[in-house]
Design a protein around this ligand. Structure first.
Ligand code: URA
Length: 245
């Protein structure tokens, strides 16, 4: 059986972004950190850190944030960027401010373009992140693309062949599945995450994507009740459904 990890309380709270370790000593002294209904008095005490902590601990009267490993799904809205480097409103601006200073830091699992909406996973768990993006895992990402021109009926075969080489690249894409949804709308299921891949795939067959939305990663679908801009923390069990069919 694996032992539950422990961490000093002041360090745990500081790593979760609640403030400096000194400030955390102040909060504890003020009786603002409660575990199992009892105010903690020693900020140096070691605390067992498990996924049940938010059900057991409050800070300033609210449930403590989930400790690492934390995995969340965001319904990324249009016009928001995933990269820390790009200018503009960032996905991290949609999350609680203290999450920007969490240690370990949160990163998106792959990226969606500024002009793409839909399901985006965000995590501080590097192992999970790499398992999702590794081509060896064959995690299928499903996109709904709206197109400028009607489908010509040949795209499915071209995408499925596993021979399509995108402009500026020399390695062919893995086979992908196209499912027409209308004259100018299609679902495209891909296992890779190359730069602007879906837009470039349609450009390669003479079309142009005017809107793009990701509705599924592996076995995890974007829930209908998660509005654009909203996020939800996932249980470890739900996060693992990414690796299901
Ligand atoms: N393919 C794209 O072209 N853009 C995305 O955001 C994701 C996949």
């Amino acid at each position: 059986m694996t032992k539950t990890p422990t961490m000093r309380l002041d360090r745990l709270l500081a790593n979760l972004g609640y403030g400096s370790r000194k400030e955390m000593h102040g909060l504890v002294a003020d009786g603002e950190v409660i575990l199992d209904g009892v105010a903690l008095s020693d900020a140096n005490a070691r605390i067992a850190i498990g996924p049940d902590l938010p059900r057991r601990m409050t800070i300033l009267g609210a449930a403590i944030d989930p400790p690492p490993p934390m995995i969340l799904m965001l319904h990324k809205p249009l016009g928001v960027v995933c990269s820390h480097k790009e200018a503009g409103r960032r996905i991290y601006d949609l999350l609680p401010q203290r999450w920007r200073v969490r240690d370990p830091a949160l990163s998106s699992v792959g990226r969606l373009d500024k002009d793409t909406s839909g399901l985006l996973l965000i995590t501080d768990d590097g192992g999970f992140l790499h398992r999702v993006i590794s081509p060896k895992r064959h995690v299928a990402k499903s996109y709904v693309a709206t197109l400028d021109r009607p489908l010509n009926g040949l795209e499915g075969e071209v995408f499925a062949a596993g021979t399509l080489v995108l402009e500026g690249e020399d390695k062919p894409l893995l086979p992908a599945i196209l499912e027409p949804l209308g004259e100018r709308e299609a679902r495209l299921i891909i296992e890779e995450g190359r730069y602007h891949q879906v837009r470039r795939m349609f450009a390669a067959v003479g079309n142009h994507v005017t809107a793009l939305h990701r509705d599924r990663i592996g076995g995890l679908a974007l829930p209908d009740d998660l509005a654009a801009g909203e996020y939800r923390v996932l249980s470890a069990e739900t996060a693992e459904t990414v690796f299901g069919a």
